[in-house]
Every structure is written in structure tokens, then in C-alpha cells.
Ligand binder design. Structure first.
Ligand code: MG
Length: 222
């Protein structure tokens, strides 16, 4: 925990990180991804799920696989899969307070779209001006865990990796952050696709509850 004192850049994944996977919000997006594939590739739902999971594994995101293999329009895909009801995401006053109290810069780093990030932030009732948002368009549609979006992120915000802490629920996405010198925190997600590799040296902290962890950080720093 000692190295927390030096942190000046707080970087957050969005889905299943700023809100818990138990909300099932991401499951709804996941379902829409399968439905998009069914329509656009003209396959059955079962096949669509297989394709979705296979692309996620091989290409970092389903979208990236669809772009590479089927020349899908990414904007059309993002509009479609984020057309969900956000209203059941509960406001998180504690999370807002703790993020606000952290010293330094806060950034959302997501494989999703800016619009989706803003919807999540506003439904959690987090102050929108707390964060900069670095989305999949900023990454030129190259997703985590490819190295280039991390490098672009670092460049864009003049991040000093050794003074940054990255929170993410997909354990493999922490590897490039660690390799570039960042501190990393795995927000525990028990889904198999998320926890693969969580025992590696690239995972520095394992946390159950983001707001509780940030509270501890604030107690240590302030
Ligand atoms: Mg996530």
C-alpha cells in the first residue's frame, strides 16, 4: 500500500469496474453483441455467441474481431450494443466522494464508447467533470489488451506510469499496464473470461469493492 502515496494518475476501466458485475448491465450489452452478429453475419444465436466469445479472446474485443474479419462499421456496432436501459444503475455517493478526494488526475479508459461512458457516469451520479474519458475511438478501435492504446493514453495525458494506478476487472488487461510501469488493481470479477491470469505478477492489488479501496487510499494519502 506504500506506493499508493505517490499516485497522481487514477485510471479506471468502465464496465464491471466503476459499477459491479452483479448489476448485470454488461450482460445486457453482451446479449446485444450476439444479436448484432446474428443480424449482420446472418447466423443463428448459438453461432453468434461462439463468434462473439472467440473474437473477444483472439482480438481483445468482439468489435475488433468484427472489424478485422467482416469490415463492420464500428460506429453502427457501438450505437447498437449500447442501446440499453441504464436507469437501474444505482447512484454511488461514496464512490463519487472518494474519487473526488483523490489527488491528481482521473481518467476513464474503456474499450466502449464515450457516449456509453457518459451514460454510466451520469446514472451512477458521479460528477462528469471528475474524469477525462479515453474511449475506443481515441484508441483508433485498437482495444486493450493491445499495447498501443496504453501508449496513446500515456502520451495524451502526459502520464507518468510509475505514478499511476489502473483499475480493471479483466485481469489480462492489467498486463500491458504493468509492463509499462503502472501499478495495477484487479477489481475481482469471477467470470472465467475476466479472471484468466489474475494470479500473475502483473496484478498488484485485488479488490472487492472499489469505493472501499479508494477510501483506504484517501486515508493513507490525506
Ligand atoms: Mg471492464
Amino acid at each position: 500500500m506504500n506506493k499508493i502515496k505517490n499516485i497522481k494518475f487514477w485510471i479506471f476501466d468502465l464496465d464491471n469496474t466503476l459499477y459491479p458485475s452483479s448489476t448485470n448491465l454488461f450482460a445486457k450489452i453482451d446479449k446485444l453483441m450476439a444479436s448484432f452478429i446474428t443480424k449482420h453475419l446472418n447466423v443463428s444465436t448459438e453461432e453468434a455467441i461462439l463468434i462473439k466469445n472467440d473474437y473477444f479472446k483472439k482480438h481483445g474485443t468482439t468489435l475488433n474481431g468484427l472489424i478485422k474479419n467482416h469490415n463492420i462499421d464500428p460506429y453502427q456496432f457501438l450505437e447498437f450494443v449500447h442501446d440499453i436501459d441504464y436507469s437501474f444503475l444505482n447512484k454511488n455517493t461514496k464512490l463519487n466522494k472518494e474519487i473526488k478526494n483523490l489527488p491528481g488526475k482521473k481518467i476513464i479508459f474503456t474499450n466502449g464508447s464515450r457516449k456509453h461512458a457518459k451514460n454510466v457516469v451520469s446514472n451512477l451520479e458521479l460528477d462528469e467533470d471528475l474524469f477525462s474519458i479515453f474511449d475506443i475511438v481515441d484508441s483508433d478501435f485498437v482495444p486493450k489488451p493491445e499495447k498501443s492504446p496504453y501508449e496513446k493514453l500515456i502520451k495524451k495525458y502526459d502520464i507518468i506510469p510509475e505514478q499511476s494506478l489502473f483499475f480493471e476487472d479483466i485481469a489480462r488487461n492489467l498486463k500491458p499496464a504493468h509492463d509499462l510501469g503502472m501499478r495495477t488493481a484487479w477489481v475481482i470479477n469471477e467470470d472465467n473470461w475476466a479472471k484468466e491470469g489474475h494470479d500473475g505478477v502483473h496484478v498488484h492489488f485485488k479488490i472487492k469493492q472499489l469505493d472501499d479501496f479508494l477510501e483506504q487510499c484517501n486515508l493513507l494519502i490525506n
